[in-house]
Design a protein. Structure first.
Length: 79
C-alpha cells in the first residue's frame, strides 16, 4: 500500500505542476501575475528527511561535484 500511495502522491504533484505551468501561460491575460501562487514543485510536501540521510546525500553531491570539476579541469588543461 505504501508504494501505491507514493505513486498517487507523485501523480498528484505532477498534475499540480502541469496546472501551474498551464496557468503561467495565461496569467497576464486574466489577472495580476503577482497574485499567482508559488510553484508547487518548489517545496516538497513531505516532512524533513532523516538528518543522517540528508548528510549522506550532501556528501554524495559534494563527491560528484568534485569528480565532475576534476574531470572538466583535466579536459581543459589536456592532462
Amino acid at each position: 500500500m505504501r508504494e501505491l500511495q507514493a505513486v498517487l502522491d507523485g501523480a498528484a504533484r505532477r498534475d499540480e505542476r502541469q496546472a501551474w505551468l498551464s496557468a503561467q501561460y495565461s496569467a497576464f491575460a486574466y489577472h495580476n501575475p503577482k497574485e499567482m501562487p508559488p510553484d508547487p514543485m518548489g517545496e516538497p510536501k513531505s516532512g524533513p528527511a532523516d538528518p543522517k540521510v540528508e548528510a549522506e546525500i550532501q556528501a554524495i553531491r559534494r563527491r560528484v561535484k568534485v569528480a565532475h570539476d576534476t574531470a572538466k579541469a583535466r579536459r581543459q588543461h589536456g592532462s
